[in-house]
Design a protein around this ligand. Structure first.
Ligand SMILES: Nc1nc2c(ncn2[C@@H]2O[C@H](COP(=O)(O)OP(=O)(O)O)[C@@H](O)[C@H]2O)c(=O)[nH]1
Ligand SMILES: [Mg+2]
Length: 349
């Protein structure tokens, strides 16, 4: 038996963080786990971060597994089962995927891989950005929520438990009546045992697919209006720099792109993130809104001359080409400011 668990949710809602938390817990219970991470762009951030957390992972890049890359999902499930022989596979779709579409490809995978079973689909909803997401992205949220058996309100460590949390939970219940809603935090671990218990302990039948599901869609990346851009390369310095220089540099690039997005669209609705490796240390930097700012996890080096950096952003309403040209300019300007040379490896592929 291999359990397939889909953890969906909008860009930056906390999918990767929750999966790392749940997969690590599942391993402590003696279950072998693997993760499949899908990214709209060609540059991998989350897959690398999941691996650096000690988990087995495969990535699917350059599109969405609910539409254009559905066939890749099917073959990747087969490869993961053959290579890792896991008990549970956590699947992280892109933030614009429709869970029901991903389920369709789970069904196809079950023709190729015997013994697949299916956890209830989880859709994560960001508690910190709840108000702005509801105000500006309600249709899409409702679509994602309609496809899920469990709704998890994330980041509750930052939500007022007395007043706001119960209101948000009832707003979610209204979005899809009858669905279970669980509040979770991958920082404090609150709610995670309940969510994991449901994912590991409950099953959905393939026949239930299609109930309330959205009609097939050609390309969910195009339909979402989310643009994306990325960078993959090496930044080098002549002098020794410290970890704070990485923090400052990466924050500056991410914040500058966030501000560009506000100039263009009036707000930041999406996710800007980076994975870096320097002197044997790995870290992830991430921003979903300008107020919270850039958050780092992992380790920064004490001293370094070379930084391998993958950066990826997906932002609603910001055209991909426009975004790419701004990103290039901002990376080049910021690197110059810190006295770094830039080797762009992405454009050499
Ligand atoms: N305070 C708080 N922040 C979180 C939590 N989960 C994720 N985040 C932050 O939210 C951002 C997006 O998280 P990530 O897991 O990458 O989201 P994904 O894009 O859905 O995979 C990151 O900056 C995380 O540090 C949480 O439970 N509490
Ligand atoms: Mg992620």
């Amino acid at each position: 038996m291999v359990l397939l668990a889909q953890i969906s949710g909008f860009l930056g809602s906390g999918k990767t963080s929750s999966i790392i938390k749940m997969a690590t817990e599942a391993q402590k219970k003696g279950l072998k786990t693997a993760v499949i991470v899908n990214e709209i762009g060609d540059v991998d951030v989350d897959g690398e971060f999941v691996k650096s957390s000690g988990l087995k992972a495969k990535r699917i890049l350059g599109g969405c597994i609910c539409c254009s890359l559905g066939a890749d999902l099917v073959s990747t499930i087969k490869i993961v089962v053959e290579e890792f022989n896991p008990d549970v596979i956590f699947v992280e779709p892109t933030g614009v995927a429709l869970p029901s579409q991903v389920k369709r490809f789970f069904v196809q995978a079950s023709y190729l891989v015997p013994g697949l079973e299916f956890s209830p689909t989880v859709a994560l909803v960001d508690g910190v950005r709840f108000r702005s997401l509801l105000a500006e992205f309600k249709d899409f949220l409702t679509k994602q929520a309609r496809d899920a058996e469990i709704l998890a309100l994330t980041k509750i460590d930052r939500i007022d438990k007395k007043f706001d949390l119960p209101l948000m939970i009832s707003a979610l219940r209204e979005m899809r009546p009858g669905t279970r809603v669980i509040g979770v935090s991958s920082v404090t671990g609150e709610g995670m045992p309940d969510l994991l218990a449901a994912v590991l302990g409950e099953r959905i039948e393939l026949e239930s697919l299609g109930n309330g599901a959205n009609p097939a869609q050609d390309d969910s990346v195009v339909a979402s209006g989310v643009g994306n851009a990325d960078f993959y390369g090496i930044l080098r310095s002549d002098k020794d720099l410290d970890g704070n220089a990485i923090r400052a540099l990466v924050s500056e690039v991410i914040e500058a792109m966030g501000k560009k997005c506000v100039e263009k669209t009036g707000r930041v609705l999406g996710h800007i993130k980076a994975f870096g490796e320097s002197d044997g240390n790995c870290f992830k930097a991430s921003m979903v809104d300008l107020v919270t700012g850039v958050e780092f996890s992992g380790n920064l080096p004490k001293s370094w001359k070379e930084l391998r950096l993958s950066l990826f952003m997906a932002l609603e309403g910001f055209g991909s080409e426009d975004m790419a040209s701004h990103l290039k300019e901002i990376i080049s300007e910021t690197s110059k400011k810190y006295g770094l040379s830039v080797e762009d490896l992405h454009n050499h592929h």
